[in-house]
Design a binder for this molecule. Structure first.
Ligand code: NAI
Ligand code: AKG
Length: 402
């Protein structure tokens, strides 16, 4: 495990690893939701809280048929590392519900969101554990969840959840912040590799919140986005895709390829020649099986966990610069933190303020991780974990837990 290597390189013993290798708390909930046809369906969900030595835990909630307890647990550990790199006063958390919102009506999704919040309400809160959007959840889902939590607690609680619509206390720029952070990492990675972004060939896997805005930002930079995909297939054109038109035609779940006949598979897309490859969908996409077929100079992970540890080793040995998820996609939680700060202060920033601060934190994070990787001659993922876990380990020691 990377966290074990990172702790060991930082000089910590096995006791620290034993504490930090898994979440301190995981709640499994089963809750009823009345469907539109009058029947009641029981859904299973989870909320994992990795470690709260630094501050309350923080991390998104995903609605997806493949959610498992192990996945949510791993995602909560990665959130801790991510918050550590960006120096946010949080530990990591993550939640998920096994469901397929694409098959549910708007009102069924609302009842699901509210039911999940009722089920987890005892262990979450603005100074305990603060959720946010993730796969197949969005600002509307956050609005329902915030409303449900506020009703239960009987006071307005915007700071309970981030990624809300602006009128309900959301932050300017949160919707595009994950992609903005990825774009900053791409710019910095290209700089250290001497790659000019204009006309650089970019492939983005996933066309939801993270992937679609990233494709837009790359297109706006003058790069050539030659491939994109969603859960149903991929579009590829070496002359460059019409990203503005695809953005208009995607649905709220990031689906667009169903509108086209000439699609290729996600597997084929990942193996096409390009300069920059951005996995922005789900876990385990670059593995031992296809890592030697990746034809990019730079891989920036917008998704959580798209590259296995073995594949990270293969890509790094092949000289490909891999910017890991815990750094690459940290723009989302950074602006979530800004949203929470604004909610706590009751004072709201301009989009320019948000973007300037995001840029500062992302630049500092990239530079610290890149310098650690270069100085220690280690891959960017291990370097990121060393940077990310250090503060948490210190806090654990100072509290006398280990
Ligand atoms: N939304 C956010 O603020 C953040 C998201 N992330 C990560 O980014 C990734 C994507 O999240 P979002 O864009 O928010 O989700 P989303 O639900 O908005 O979009 C997901 C996209 O991935 C596609 N997809 C789903 N299953 C797929 C498969 N098997 N193969 C290929 N494509 C598939 C979907 O069709 C959709 O285009 C996830 O790993 C998430 O954890 C990370 C940090 C923050
Ligand atoms: O915005 C947040 O608080 C967390 C987003 C998230 O789930 C992630 O970074 O993976």
């Amino acid at each position: 495990m990377v966290i074990k290597d990172a702790l060991s390189k930082l000089g910590y013993g096995n006791d620290m690893y034993e504490l930090l290798k898994e979440p301190m708390r995981v709640l499994t909930v089963r809750f009823p939701v009345r469907m539109d046809d009058g029947q009641v369906k029981v859904f299973t969900g989870y909320r994992a809280q990795h470690n709260d030595s630094v501050g309350p835990t923080k991390g998104g909630i995903r609605f997806h048929p493949d959610v498992t307890e192990d996945e949510v647990k791993a995602l909560s550990v990665w959130m801790s590392v991510k918050c550590g790199i960006a120096n946010l006063p949080y530990g990591g958390g993550k939640g998920g519900v096994i469901c397929d919102p694409r098959e549910m009506s708007f009102r069924e999704q609302e009842r699901l969101a509210r039911g999940y919040v009722r089920a987890i309400s005892q262990i979450v809160g603005p100074s305990k554990d603060i959720p946010a959007p993730d796969v197949m959840t969005n600002s509307q889902v956050m609005a329902w969840m915030m409303d449900e939590y506020s009703r239960i607690k009987e006071f307005d609680s915007p700071g309970f959840i981030t990624g809300k619509p602006i009128v309900l206390g959301g932050s300017q720029g949160r919707d595009t912040s994950t992609a903005r952070g990825v774009a900053i990492c791409i710019r910095e990675a290209a700089r250290v590799r001497g790659l000019v972004l204009k006309d650089a060939r970019v492939i983005v896997q996933g066309f939801g919140n993270a992937g679609s805005y990233l494709a837009k930002f790359m297109h706006d930079e003058g790069a050539k986005v030659i491939g994109i995909s969603d859960a149903y297939g991929a579009l590829y054109d070496e002359r460059g895709l019409d990203i503005p038109s695809l953005l208009e035609r995607r649905d709220s779940f990031g689906t667009v390829t169903k509108l086209f006949k000439n699609t290729i598979s996600n597997k084929e897309l990942l193996e096409q020649p390009c300069d920059i490859l951005v996995p922005a969908a789900i876990e385990n996409q670059i593995t031992q099986e296809n890592a030697d077929k990746i034809q990019a100079q730079i891989v920036v992970e917008a998704a959580n966990g798209p590259t296995t540890n073995e594949a990270t080793r293969i890509l790094t040995e092949r000289g490909i610069l891999l910017v890991p998820d815990v750094l690459g996609n940290s723009g989302g939680v950074i602006v979530s933190y800004f949203e929470w700060v604004q909610n706590n202060q009751g004072y709201y920033w301009t989009e320019e303020d948000v973007m300037t601060r995001l840029e500062e934190v992302m630049m500092r994070s990239f530079e610290t991780v890149y310098a650690t990787a270069t100085a220690r001659k280690i891959d960017m993922r291990l370097a990121a974990y060393m940077v990310g876990v250090r503060r948490m380990a210190e806090a654990v020691e100072l509290r006398g837990w280990v």
